[in-house]
Design a protein around this ligand. Structure first.
Ligand SMILES: Cc1ncc(COP(=O)(O)O)c(C=O)c1O
Length: 400
């Protein structure tokens, strides 16, 4: 069979084997890898997870192995609604919520429901590479707006939306990771949050707020969620991946009930419902207060790693290298002097110093960011960090 003649057009938009190849190399056991955005396994409290799982199997065994409602397990949706009231300061009911198979499925369902081929979607530059991949797979035209140390540049967004509107283009949504952004680690300031919802509202464009890291704050006060500032104009997506564990593959969407009904239609054609047993386990776990406890216990683990990474960068980076200072989340973003290309440097670094990161270009819609790279500090052992950053300093020093 000549498979290459059969693929859909979208495949040409989403195939980039070079990056996948490099990520595979980064998994070699002899490499200190700042690449994958994995939680620290020490943040998974196995006895408590086992307690919830045992309870579900002992008390709800058959129901937990059955199909469930497409919108998700009602008890879990009610529990999330109540928790969002405390954490995200927004009033929700179970009807505003659906459970998804991870945060990424949530993003995919939003894209599937809204994007026709050629529709415009606004993204941050840089942004979460898997979300860019998803939007591309629905043949969206991506338009990006830069971020700085205070998150999305909302004045530039205003200009961009104005330009598009003069061309008769109304974007389908603005995708933003407002808190502890992936990849940059920066957060949108409170003032800009207010401006962002105003600007989006002025042009009638919804916001897709992605908040997987918002609870993992290592210092400072929580910032208002965008959904709390405009519940009718924001679709909020979140995940249990960083506050429970990604292996459970569960996340959620909060949106007006009519919009949720449309996402449920989309989910009918994918998995019909997210893991029933997983949802019941997370509900039992959450109901016992264990998610709050896990978050509280995870924060010092990640704070120490963040601190060690920042201190190591301070002592190991050659002059001319800059990086962000995240107050939470898993990532920081490094900018190298102009002309240093992080893609070939990665292959060199893996080979010669056995250190890996994710190079900048896949975080941009058009492959910019050659002189940038993402470091994820969440997964490495704290005492590997100095060694890893030291190696990276030598790699960069060799390429400047
Ligand atoms: C910004 C962002 N959004 C969404 C996700 C989705 O996570 P998952 O599908 O594991 O729940 C991630 C995971 O790394 C992420 O970094």
């Amino acid at each position: 069979m000549d498979w290459n003649t059969l693929y859909a057009d979208r495949m040409a938009l989403i195939s980039d084997t070079s990056i996948i190849g490099l990520l595979k190399l980064a998994e070699r056991p002899d490499v200190i890898s700042f690449a994958g955005g994995l939680p620290d396994p020490k943040s998974f409290p196995l006895p408590r997870i086992k307690e919830a799982a045992d309870w579900v199997l002992d008390n709800e065994g058959p129901a937990s192995l059955q199909y469930g409602p497409t919108a998700g397990y009602t008890n879990l949706r009610e529990w999330i609604a109540a928790r969002m009231e405390t954490i995200d300061k927004v009033s929700m009911t179970a009807d505003h919520l659906m459970i998804t198979s991870g945060g990424l499925e949530a993003i995919d369902l939003v894209a599937k429901a809204f994007i026709n081929p050629g529709d415009t979607v606004i993204v941050e530059a840089p942004s979460y590479l898997a979300a860019l991949h998803t939007f591309r797979s629905y043949q969206a035209e991506l338009v990006d707006v830069p971020i700085d140390s205070n998150g999305l540049d909302v004045d530039r967004l205003d200009v961009c939306l104005n330009d598009l509107s003069r061309q008769g283009i109304k974007p389908k949504f603005i995708y933003t990771i407002a808190t502890f952004q992936n990849p940059a680690g920066v957060s949108l300031s409170t003032e800009r949050r207010r401006r962002l919802v105003e600007v989006a509202d002025k042009y009638g464009v919804p916001i897709l707020e992605d908040a997987p890291y918002a609870e993992l704050r290592y210092e400072g006060e929580p910032l208002p969620s965008l959904v709390s500032l405009n519940p009718d104009g924001v679709i909020f997506v979140n995940t249990f991946s960083k506050i429970f564990g990604p292996g459970i593959r569960l996340g959620w969407i909060a949106a007006p009930p009519d919009v949720i009904a449309q996402f449920c239609q989309c989910k009918q054609g994918t998995d019909q419902c997210s893991s029933t047993i997983g949802q019941r386990i997370v509900y039992e776990y959450g109901k016992r207060g264990y998610i709050d406890r896990q978050v509280a216990e995870s924060i010092p683990i990640y704070r120490e790693k963040r601190d060690r990474t920042l201190a190591a960068l301070e002592s190991a980076m050659p002059p001319g290298v800059e990086w962000t200072h995240p107050a939470g989340g898993f990532y920081l973003w490094v900018t190298l002097p102009d002309g240093v290309d992080s893609v070939p440097m990665l292959a060199w670094g893996i080979e010669n110093e056995k250190v890996a990161y994710v190079a900048g270009p896949p975080f941009y819609m058009d492959g910019r960011g050659e002189n940038q790279l993402r470091l994820c500090y969440s997964f490495l052992e704290a005492d590997q960090i100095e060694d890893g950053v030291g190696r990276l300093g030598r790699v960069i020093g060799h390429h400047i």
